[in-house]
Design a protein around this ligand. Structure first.
Ligand SMILES: NC(=O)c1ccc[n+]([C@@H]2O[C@H](COP(=O)([O-])OP(=O)(O)OC[C@H]3O[C@@H](n4cnc5c(N)ncnc54)[C@H](OP(=O)(O)O)[C@@H]3O)[C@@H](O)[C@H]2O)c1
Length: 275
């Protein structure tokens, strides 16, 4: 161990790096985009609604260089268009954050089979297809033995445990998030030797459009289920992303990192029955 003190600024600095954050127009993707921008990266954000995507990029430009690339990552055409525009603009991609996602809640009896197709296409297929399509740009950015390119997949604590407060079944969602975690490990085996790290973040409850309704009716139970007694903060999602994308996280590979205040390991969950 060297006796030199650590250069903390260098350890977490993302200056000169280029990132793509899918679903960056709001919620967790916005939190991550802000963090990457403030650490110095140039950030492309993507989402289906073009006006909202551009408005978010405009707002995020107060922190650094942010560009909106509206696209639907759940379709092959949308992914192809996104990759083509990005490749025209950038010869290298240092960071890919596969964050875009959707949820579906319904009772066991009424849960539509179609929810599985819809959620798997955006939550899982898009993660694989976009990562594979962008692998040449990620390889071009990777610095062997020093600073690999990074892929972060946003899973969920609901892929680690069965949620207890939703009040309805989220069968396709939990299955899709468990799939994201295992896909992360599989991609890590493929891409590690190419100097691209692949990790998943499994968030607990963070404020977003996806959780707005549940926070309105179940905030007390949600907070009780966290061992820290609260929901996540924007800076805590930004922080894990900065760590994974910076030199500090260069040797972290093939992991699934819960950022949930201990909710997924809490042995005494408050349970809200279905219906
Ligand atoms: N918030 C939480 O507590 C929580 C907890 C665990 C995991 N997560 C995960 O975190 C991720 C973000 O969730 P969030 O809570 O921030 O949800 P959110 O507020 O609903 O944001 C979802 C984002 O993804 C975009 N998106 C959705 N479908 C898309 C598609 N087909 N193509 C491109 N973009 C698409 C949305 O924009 P458009 O609608 O314009 O496309 C939006 O930018 C998801 O993967 C979610 O499962 C969230």
């Amino acid at each position: 161990m060297s006796s030199n003190s650590l250069d903390i600024q260098r350890l977490f600095n993302l200056e000169g790096k280029v990132a793509l954050v899918t679903g960056g127009s709001r919620g967790i993707g916005y939190m991550i985009s802000q963090g990457l921008l403030q650490a110095g990266a140039r950030v492309y954000i993507s989402a289906r609604k073009a006006a909202a995507c551009e408005a978010a990029a405009e707002e995020l430009r107060q922190y650094g260089e942010c560009i909106a690339l509206p696209a639907d990552v759940a379709t092959p055409e949308g992914r192809q268009a996104l990759c083509e525009v990005l490749a025209d603009a950038e010869p290298r991609l240092h960071i890919l954050v596969n964050n875009a996602g959707a949820a579906w809640g319904e009772t066991y009896e009424a849960y539509p089979e179609s929810a599985f197709d819809k959620l798997m296409s955006v939550n899982v297929t898009a993660v694989f297809a976009l990562t594979r399509a962008l692998t040449p740009l990620l390889e071009a950015a990777a610095a062997p033995d020093d600073d690999p390119a990074r892929v972060i997949n946003i899973g969920s604590m609901d892929g680690l445990h069965i949620p207890t407060v939703t009040g309805v079944g989220t069968y396709a969602y939990t299955a899709s998030k468990a799939a994201v975690h295992h896909l992360t490990r599989h991609l890590a085996v493929e891409l590690g030797p190419r100097q691209i790290t692949v990790n998943a973040v499994a968030p607990g409850f963070f404020p977003s459009k996806m959780t707005d309704h549940l926070f309105d009716v179940r905030l007390r139970e949600i907070e009780q289920n966290s061992l820290l007694g609260r929901v996540g903060k924007d800076e805590e999602m930004a922080g894990i992303a900065i760590y994974l994308c910076s030199r500090a996280g260069a040797y972290t590979h093939g992991t699934v990192i819960p950022v949930d205040g201990g909710t997924s390991i809490n042995p005494r969950h408050v349970r809200v029955t279905n219906g």
